[in-house]
Design a protein around this ligand. Structure first.
Ligand code: MLT
Length: 412
């Protein structure tokens, strides 16, 4: 009989969002009337239609694919030059950040890239992960066999957890001990906290001293509203020698269903072999992509390129303003409901403390049953997320206002 990957058996529960979906479906099946008024503020999935610049580019690209003269088969695995150039120029070089076109690798999502990056990193690395944080970082390390078993609280052996609490503004400090790989997410999912320049400088300093690699997830970069907050890890001198950056078109361009993202692997980022030989990661990631990936479709890459046109930029801005308007409404509503509220200023997520003695899943059930609103329990993002819940601002304005109203009706 063939063997399975035992590491999968260490995973504590189903992946967070399908698990929430399962519970919500059970609730709706049992309560059809409540299901009619259900409002989903759980998964951070966009609700507004694609920008017009994107749909125009999609139509044009479809026509090109339908004509013999302009039809395209396999594209470059790393992404078409037109999109790599648009990204490197608009997101980096126009902001004084040194990133070359061929350091951009276009993909079908940051979730996949965050997991796939482990293909090119050794199994002996000591991994540091913020807690709470996007569950993909922990789960993919469990699957790859980089962890021990989980304890009662759901924390896995061998992972160095970096606690994110109100006392550190939910941004972790570098650990006292050595780690090889560090996951940072800023603006943060789920807490909404964004790292300051000083905080990122301290991480880059640590990584350079320890010869560690920072995996910097900047999927929510477009939501930064406060001046001075870095949008890229490469704004910090030295980061090109120690960091990989993940970015996505999901949350700025509304591409959660369309699928397009990219990862930056600087050519100056080196790691070592088991025997201590120093090697760059860039050719390894290139090798991985060319072997395991056939690239994002031409049509979708043209759509992503359109986000960088003047119209596209203005339409993305409007989308962000819409969702951040919701965040404002939800923050105010949760506050008026007597809850302690964080986030929602540089990210589309509101991070809320549960009333004393109430667990994250208890409040999930209460809000689902009594307000017919879906939120995400904080403990789903890590053990330090216990005692919190997340409200997603991805919704229509009318729904955000209704959620704010219903929260205030609840008796805690
Ligand atoms: C979330 O709700 O945390 C996000 O939707 C997750 C994701 O982008 O994969």
């Amino acid at each position: 009989m063939a063997y399975l990957n035992d590491n999968y058996l260490k995973l504590k529960a189903g992946y967070l969002f399908p698990e929430i979906g399962r519970r919500v479906k059970a609730f709706c099946d049992a309560n059809p009337a409540a299901a009619q008024r259900l409002i989903r503020c759980g998964i951070g999935d966009v609700t507004e239609p694609l920008p017009l610049a994107v749909t125009a580019a999609l139509h044009k690209a479809v026509d090109e694919m339908g004509a013999r003269a302009t039809f395209k088969g396999y594209g470059p695995e790393q992404g078409y030059d037109f999109l790599r150039a648009a990204i490197a120029k608009n997101d980096y070089r126009d902001h004084g950040i040194d990133v070359a076109d061929d350091e951009i690798f276009v993909s079908d999502g940051s979730k996949c890239d965050c997991g796939n990056i482990l293909d090119i990193l050794g199994g002996k690395n000591k991994i540091a992960i913020s807690d709470p944080v996007y569950p993909v970082y922990v789960d993919t390390n469990v699957m790859a066999g980089h962890t021990g078993e989980a304890n009662e609280a759901g924390a896995y052996g061998k992972i160095v957890y970096l606690p994110c609490r109100p006392s550190n503004g939910f941004i972790p400090e570098p650990p006292k001990k050595h780690v090889d790989v560090i996951y940072l997410c800023s603006p943060n999912n789920p807490t909404g906290a964004a790292a300051t320049r000083e905080q990122l400088e301290s991480w880059v300093k640590y990584a350079l001293e320890h010869k560690s690699v920072i995996l910097f997830d900047a999927a929510y970069e477009a939501y930064i509203s406060e001046p001075g907050i870095p949008h890229s890890i490469y704004e910090i001198p030295g980061a090109r020698e120690c960091a990989i950056e993940f970015r996505s078109f999901s949350k700025n361009g509304g591409f959660t269903g369309t699928r397009c993202a990219f990862t930056v692997v600087p050519k100056s980022l080196n790691v070592q072999t088991k025997s201590g030989e120093v090697k760059p990661l860039h050719p390894l990631w290139n090798r991985r992509m060319t072997t395991k990936f056939n690239g994002v479709s031409y049509i979708i890459q043209r759509a992503a390129e359109a986000l960088y046109s003047d119209d596209g930029k203005a339409q993305v801005r409007a989308l962000i303003e819409h969702y951040m308007g919701n965040a404002k409404v939800l923050r105010a509503g949760a506050r008026k409901a007597g809850l302690k509220v964080f986030g929602g200023v540089n990210a589309p997520y509101i991070w809320v403390r549960t009333p004393k003695g109430v667990t994250s899943w208890q409040i999930f059930d209460k809000i689902l049953n009594e307000a017919n609103v879906v939120i995400t329990p904080g403990s789903g993002f890590g053990s330090k997320g216990e005692g919190f819940f997340r409200i997603s601002a991805f919704n229509s304005r009318a729904n955000a206002e209704e959620v704010a109203r219903r929260l205030q009706e609840l008796k805690w």
